[in-house]
Design a protein around this ligand. Structure first.
Ligand SMILES: O=C(O)C(=O)CO
Length: 322
């Protein structure tokens, strides 16, 4: 009888992680690129020692109960871990680990791309060409906004927020301000000043949401926040959809309270194609693509795998969150 630890992987994931786990573990998978239904998850976790999961999996008390007392580690192949019941894990001594660092560059690059895509109205240009609406050069057509001499506000100056700020500096922005739960020491490296949330929304020409979703950040961008923002402001969200109240965002965009938004994360996900934000020209909605690079996904898979083995070997995983 094999004494290998049982690990369940809730999706087809890059081979990098599998190669790490295979020699030591008894692996089973949800053999699909699509999310595992909750009833299948409940069935398949029985008796496992480790769970390798995704940000789309709802790892609640029922799943932890179904897994049973052998479960020692839940490794999510994501930075975000709001889908895991941390309180329940703590009660039972289950280690929860995420994949910090390895998607910092990909998400920061995506955030800057989305900002430029939105501020320069590039998709409207692409659409106009496709629709045969490109006439002779016009001085007043599809005008956007430059980053030069503007104030950029960042909500959440963690690794990704810092990566965004660092990438935006060379564009000649005038000022970078940020708001977070604490002042961070490395903010001075990029000349970023800590401000209150209200000052962040009032002063910024561009706001990048780079924080995670917590009780404190849920719907932080709501009617009140949009009313405080500049009419010319552009909002970018690559953190979590739940930080923004989407009905209020739609109203702010339609009523001209802010100029435009680019969002890579939404609430819910997927955002239905019929959602009003999808069809207005001043909102770009991407399908949560922040870490969609070969580099990040390979590293996310190997990091999640190493986190599992670390716990089995009684070592500290790289991304322990509880
Ligand atoms: O890692 C995460 O938390 C993601 O959102 C994937 O990009």
């Amino acid at each position: 009888m094999s004494s290998a630890r049982k690990v369940y992987v809730t999706r087809l994931v890059p081979q990098t992680g599998i190669d790490i786990l295979k020699p030591e573990c008894d692996l089973s998978f949800w053999e699909s690129d699509e999310a595992i239904p909750q009833d299948e998850l409940l069935k398949n976790v029985k008796g496992i020692d480790g769970l390798f999961c995704m940000l789309t999996d709802n790892i609640n008390k029922d799943v932890i109960d179904a897994a049973g007392p052998n479960l020692k580690v839940i490794a999510t192949m994501s930075v975000g871990y709001e889908h895991i019941d941390l309180v329940e894990c703590k009660k039972r001594g289950i280690v929860v680990a995420n994949t910090p660092n390895v998607s910092t560059d990909s998400v920061a690059e995506l955030t800057v791309s989305l900002l430029l895509l939105t501020s320069r109205r590039l998709l409207e240009g692409v659409r106009a060409v496709k629709n045969g609406e490109w006439g002779l050069w016009k001085p007043m057509w599809l005008l956007g906004t430059e980053l030069t001499q503007r104030t950029v506000g960042i909500l959440g100056l963690g690794r990704i927020g810092y990566g965004v700020a660092r990438r935006l500096r060379p564009f000649g922005v005038r000022k970078i301000i940020y708001h977070d739960v604490v002042c961070v020491s490395y903010a001075s490296d990029i000349g970023a000043d800590f401000v209150s949330f209200d000052e962040l929304v009032k002063q910024s020409d561009f706001i990048c949401i780079c924080c995670n979703l917590t009780a404190q950040t849920r719907h932080k961008f709501n009617k009140d926040a949009f009313k405080m923002m500049k009419k010319s402001a552009i909002l970018i969200n690559s953190g979590r959809g739940g930080v923004v109240n989407h009905d209020d965002l739609h109203e702010a965009l339609v009523n001209g309270e802010i100029t435009a938004a680019g969002i890579d994360v939404t609430e819910p996900e997927p955002l239905p194609a019929s959602h009003p934000l999808v069809s207005i020209p001043n909102c770009i909605v991407l399908p949560h693509m922040g870490s969609n690079t070969w580099e990040s996904r390979n590293s996310m898979s190997s990091t999640a795998a190493k986190n599992i083995l670390a716990v089995f070997h009684k070592e500290k995983p790289m991304g322990e969150v509880n």
